[in-house]
Write a protein that binds this ligand. Structure first.
Ligand SMILES: CC(C)(COP(=O)(O)OP(=O)(O)OC[C@H]1O[C@@H](n2cnc3c(N)ncnc32)[C@H](O)[C@@H]1OP(=O)(O)O)[C@@H](O)C(=O)NCCC(=O)NCCS
Length: 181
């Protein structure tokens, strides 16, 4: 398989439909067997496009990973940690790669850019919650995250266990690089 020619940039309002498509495809691929088929099948491109339009407006940050040929192939949203009690400053709220492009470095590119974005804002640590049985847990460990907490939460209304991954000290930036708009 050819390498992807990836770049990561800030999302723009016109990316919302692409982000919604990636998000829905990824949920249907990842949570089949965890969330009911009917709920996953009912995810609407129109509704999720509107939700991503709002998310892109802020206050958090949305980044898009784009291949020079295929266009957007992944996304992440991030901002201040929502659970201050755990002692982390930044949080990656979502991270999704198009199921057609898994295992080709997009997740790594997005997470590295998310960490850079935190460092630019003087947020020195990062927390991410993942479904406890999600393969993403192995990805977060491969990226240096440590299992620091568990919780029970609702995913589309269904009770699920989540594992929190933490990066207590994000490595200092080697070189200043500003994300393209
Ligand atoms: C988790 C996810 C973001 C990883 O993205 P990706 O583009 O497939 O991962 P990459 O190719 O960048 O992999 C980076 C590293 O993680 C490792 N890795 C990725 N997925 C892995 C898995 N399922 N099991 C073990 N290791 C994994 C890779 O081997 C690689 O390590 P290496 O560079 O040492 O070889 C992607 O699989 C995804 O979107 N999954 C579905 C959605 C999801 O669960 N998101 C997280 C919600 S909390």
């Amino acid at each position: 398989m050819d390498d992807l020619a990836l770049s990561v940039r800030l999302a723009r309002p016109e990316d919302a439909a692409d982000l919604a498509r990636i998000y829905i495809d990824s949920w249907q691929d990842t949570y089949a067997g965890v969330i009911s088929h009917s709920l996953l099948g009912a995810m609407s491109l129109k509704n999720h496009t509107a939700r991503w339009q709002n998310t892109i407006k802020g206050p958090g940050t949305v980044l898009v990973a784009e291949d020079s040929h295929f266009g957007p192939v992944g996304l992440t949203s991030l901002g201040a940690a929502r659970d201050a009690g755990l002692g982390f400053e930044g949080e990656v709220y979502t991270l999704y790669v198009d199921p057609a492009f898994l295992g080709r470095g997009t997740g790594r590119a997005l997470l590295t850019s998310a960490f850079d974005s935190f460092k630019d804002r003087k947020l020195r640590s990062c927390l991410i919650w993942a479904h406890a049985r999600n393969n993403a847990c192995f990805f977060y460990e491969a990226m240096g995250g440590k299992r620091i907490a568990t919780r029970t939460t609702r995913l589309m209304g269904e009770l699920t266990s989540e594992t929190g991954f933490g990066w207590r000290q994000l490595a200092t930036r080697k070189q200043k690089r500003t994300l393209p708009q």
